[in-house]
Write a protein that binds this ligand. Sequence first.
Ligand SMILES: NC(=O)C1=CN([C@@H]2O[C@H](COP(=O)(O)OP(=O)(O)OC[C@H]3O[C@@H](n4cnc5c(N)ncnc54)[C@H](O)[C@@H]3O)[C@@H](O)[C@H]2O)C=CC1
Ligand SMILES: O=c1[nH]c(=O)c2[nH+]cn([C@@H]3O[C@H](COP(=O)(O)O)[C@@H](O)[C@H]3O)c2[nH]1
Ligand SMILES: [K+]
Length: 536
Amino acid sequence: MAPSKNKRQKTENGNSKDSDELWELDEETLNSGAVGFTASQIFIKNPSCVAYTYDDIIMMPGHINFGLNDVDISTKLTKNISLKVPFVSSPMDTVTEHKMAISMALQGGIGIIHSNFTAEDQADQVRKVKRFENGFITDPICLCPNSTVADVIKIKEEHGYSGIPITDTGKMGGKLMGLVSSRDITFITDTSMQIKEIMTPREKLSVAKKGVDLHDANEILKETKKGKLPVVNENDELVSLIARTDLLKNSEFAQSSKDPVTKQLLVGAAIGTRPEDRDRAAKLVEAGVDVIVVDSSQGDSVYQLEIVKHLKETHPKLQVIAGNVVTPSQAIHLIQAGADGLRVGMGIGSICTTQEVCAVGRAQASAVFHVAKFARKYGVPILADGGIKSTGHITKALSLGASCVMMGSMLAGTDEAPGEYFYQDGVRLKRYRGMGSIEAMSKGSEKRYVWENNSAHSIKVAQGVSGAVQDKGTLLRYIPYLVQGVRHGMQDAGVKSLDETWEKLYSDKLRFEIRSPAAQKEGGVHGLHSYQKRLF
Ligand SMILES: NC(=O)C1=CN([C@@H]2O[C@H](COP(=O)(O)OP(=O)(O)OC[C@H]3O[C@@H](n4cnc5c(N)ncnc54)[C@H](O)[C@@H]3O)[C@@H](O)[C@H]2O)C=CC1
Ligand SMILES: O=c1[nH]c(=O)c2[nH+]cn([C@@H]3O[C@H](COP(=O)(O)O)[C@@H](O)[C@H]3O)c2[nH]1
Ligand SMILES: [K+]
């Protein structure tokens, strides 16, 4: 959009002629609204006192002089954590447990493990992410030689697999004694028979040595034509297992979010602001958590300020994201307390009823713009949390200054989200609920929503609902779709990277317009008798 220096040249007969450079837009055209409006005009010089959100706003196209694959969306989550992909999964019990966190990190984002667990169980989730090695099953179910055929059948029924390593202890880390597979038990009618009678014993097994890389391990699997390959250490103790069925999934993830030293995946976890959350945080840190999100709907409280200060003093290497906030007046306190990142959004999530119940909150585009502009002065990145319904919303959030987006409903219906699929009216769904819904509260977060001291007159005030979202399949396809959608948006807006986006945002080169309700309708699908919407 930036006009260049060159002037239009007049020829002798009075016609205009281009030189090699671009023509220049005159000031009058620039300032007339013909090319949209600056973010300051929309959000700051805002005579109507109206707050806006993603759907209200549309971005003006820019000039494309680069290819789609040249668009770089790498970013910062916090002062010290960089990500290749600006996506974060919400700390909610229907969104982020270890499987979601692993898949998010493999694909360049990060997952924040929810806190509706005991502190020990939440730390265990963190450990599972940290132990994860792509393609290696590091916590396989094992049996011992004295286990029975009935035990194998039970595991097959419960988990769907039957290639089970047999160790002397019946646990991971025990001495490898053999392997039992479906084939070994097919014709056996006596289910009390011990496994040592039927397993493939250790001496007949192909194994890989600890430290083997995935490529070599896969080659051994192909050669042996076996379903499972145990990996053992120098004492012949089982350290992991590789499954043939995972071969296809074992592609390299060049973008993955990893600790540069340990090479382990990055992971976050949420805590509350109660005194006992300090112990929870200590357990999470011990398990290797990289970032803690202090999780409140209204982050500007003495409770949060105290715990943020405590975390920064006690665990100096830990990154802390504080929030939620929607104004600079809230943000300043948390930045002063030492926050390394801020989470922005109040009452705008798909399952949130906070604005309805508490009358407090802010439309999300306004919240993101104002907090991001303010926090930038202190080098604190912003996480735009909630209200994301499409790739367009992600692009808008980033273009208004957010460094990352946090998503709940967008990710809840994927294979990697906790919970089982179910059918309702022929549609395949997964449950999704607010952490302040009655259902989630009764599972753990109850303490937050009852009157102090848990008196006999306790009244729970829900600030969220529970519902369901449609099946989206695996994140392995969904995240690349989201990434590509954002790249298209940035290319159309004429920006090649997020740094360039923000440079243009704050120098008034990125332009926007407010859409009327009719314009919003026009921007969606309309006028059709029926249609199908396939995402990819
Ligand atoms: N982003 C959003 O708009 C919203 C998010 N949520 C989600 O719901 C969950 C719960 O959020 P909140 O209700 O904000 O939880 P919260 O635990 O921060 O606050 C619940 C109540 O407990 C009080 N409280 C907190 N720490 C205290 C302490 N140390 N001593 C005494 N009182 C204390 C708070 O003042 C508040 O009244 C979170 O997962 C949050 O992300 C809930 C509502 C809105
Ligand atoms: O008012 C609320 N009541 C709740 O019960 C609740 N649970 C989660 N959250 C917040 O919503 C975000 C996810 O929003 P989306 O589904 O729109 O992505 C999340 O990331 C949270 O910030 C809640 N807000
Ligand atoms: K809402």
